[in-house]
Design a protein around this ligand. Structure first.
Ligand code: PMP
Length: 390
């Protein structure tokens, strides 16, 4: 069962950061590695253990009659069930496509959405600050089908384009909507963080192509499973073709583990046993962890004159049935005053972060992962506090 009460309690006041011994090691909060979740899944015990015998899953195929012929039916069932419980996405009349992480599906989607016969690659735009990895993938692959065309605000080319809408946004956590809104625009929605531990679920997302990932919902980034909900049959076919050409399907072992984990998440939300409901619900517990981390983070930043954080919006979450402020997987921290290069400044304190310049913004900003293990997160806050005290 999931519980916030098992294991060492999180610090409840800034002075509680101090008992953590600082051994001077480098704290790497550059990547969004969701290791915070290990603790929760350890508490869940054997519920998500999967045993696979040597003779099982020998075939490339899962269901040869389906468009996505390598998708395990049990994973599809659990994906749909979880979306229905949480209410964060419409699944009716959609094709589910599985990928090796949503990163593979991001590439599959670009391949499927790009017009094949154009002389010039289609422009791909995203509002700044944009998710740095989206740009990196596009620039690195140098596809003949599509090319990175920068920020939505400065995009003035006529004709078709693809707009990436990451909502909540990585790095700053804000909910996003398409910005260009011109004819010929094709939207690709990345909903990696549209889960109730990060942001209020205000409606079921209902777009043509939506990407989700287990990496940020359950925290199992290492399993490498993502999925797309796709309205259009031809797009679903092309995305499937891309995954076929790139990896002839997706690991069955990973799909089964993912299915089991999603099942445990759904089951945890359905146990109705009086006052115990809240402490058993995966999203309640992970929401509680994020809320506590953000409380501590804001407390530390408020005391300083060196840093600031964006004011994030509040809304009623239809799933958790309460109003709360967005509590993103990353802190989008700004160094105030004379510090021009926030990443270098924090590196000087052995805290690794990602500079705003990778997201199309000023180096006064950095992105900091809020999902690291308790021990690292506490040490990070302790060090941040010590910077103020000098
Ligand atoms: N989209 C966004 C916005 C992300 O932040 C991440 C992970 N950092 C991904 C996609 C990648 O997800 P996956 O691990 O499923 O490839």
């Amino acid at each position: 069962r999931f519980s916030t009460s098992v294991g060492p309690p999180m610090a409840s006041a800034s002075s509680d950061f101090l008992p953590v011994a600082d051994d001077g090691r480098v704290i790497n909060l550059d990547h969004g590695d969701p290791t915070m979740y290990e603790k929760l899944w350890r508490q869940a015990g054997d519920k998500t253990t999967v045993v696979i015998s040597g003779w099982q899953y020998v075939s490339y195929f899962s269901d040869p009659n389906k468009i996505c012929w390598f998708l395990e039916p049990t994973l599809e069932k659990e994906i749909i069930r979880l979306h229905e419980i949480v209410g964060n996405a419409v699944t009716e009349d959609r094709y589910v496509i599985v990928g090796t992480g949503s990163t593979q599906l991001f590439q599959a989607a670009l391949y499927a959405l790009s017009p094949p016969e154009e002389t010039e690659p289609i422009s791909v735009v995203s509002a700044t600050p944009y998710y740095s990895f989206h740009r990196q993938v596009i620039d690195h692959l140098k596809s003949g089908l599509y090319k990175w065309a920068g920020d939505t605000d400065s995009f003035n080319k006529s004709g078709p384009y693809i707009e990436l809408v990451t909502s909540p946004n990585n790095p700053d956590g804000f909910m996003r909507q398409a910005k260009v809104n011109r004819s010929g625009g094709i939207l690709l929605h990345d909903f990696a963080y549209y889960w109730p531990q990060y942001t209020p679920i205000t409606s079921a997302a209902d777009h043509d192509l939506m990407l989700f990932t287990i990496s940020k919902s359950s925290g199992h980034a290492g399993i490498r499973i993502g999925w797309a909900l796709v309205k259009d049959k031809e797009v679903a076919k092309k995305m499937t073709k891309f995954v076929e050409l790139s990896s002839i399907g997706v690991s069955k072992d990973s799909q089964l583990r993912a299915a089991k984990i999603l099942q445990a998440m759904s089951d945890s939300t359905e146990q109705v046993s009086g006052s115990e409901v809240a402490s058993d619900n995966f999203f309640e517990v992970s929401f509680g962890l994020m809320a506590e981390r953000w409380r501590q983070m804001r407390e530390a930043v408020k005391k300083s004159r060196l840093f600031s954080l964006p004011e994030l919006p509040s809304a009623l979450c239809n799933y958790l049935k309460r109003t709360f402020e967005t509590q993103p997987a990353f802190a989008w921290l700004r160094c105030e005053g004379e510090i021009e290069d926030c990443e270098a400044f924090l590196r000087g304190h052995k805290i690794l972060t990602r500079s705003g310049k990778h997201f199309g913004m000023s180096p006064k900003y950095v992105r900091i992962s809020m999902l690291d293990r308790d021990e690292n997160f506490r040490l990070f806050l302790k060090r941040l506090s010590a910077i103020f005290q000098r």
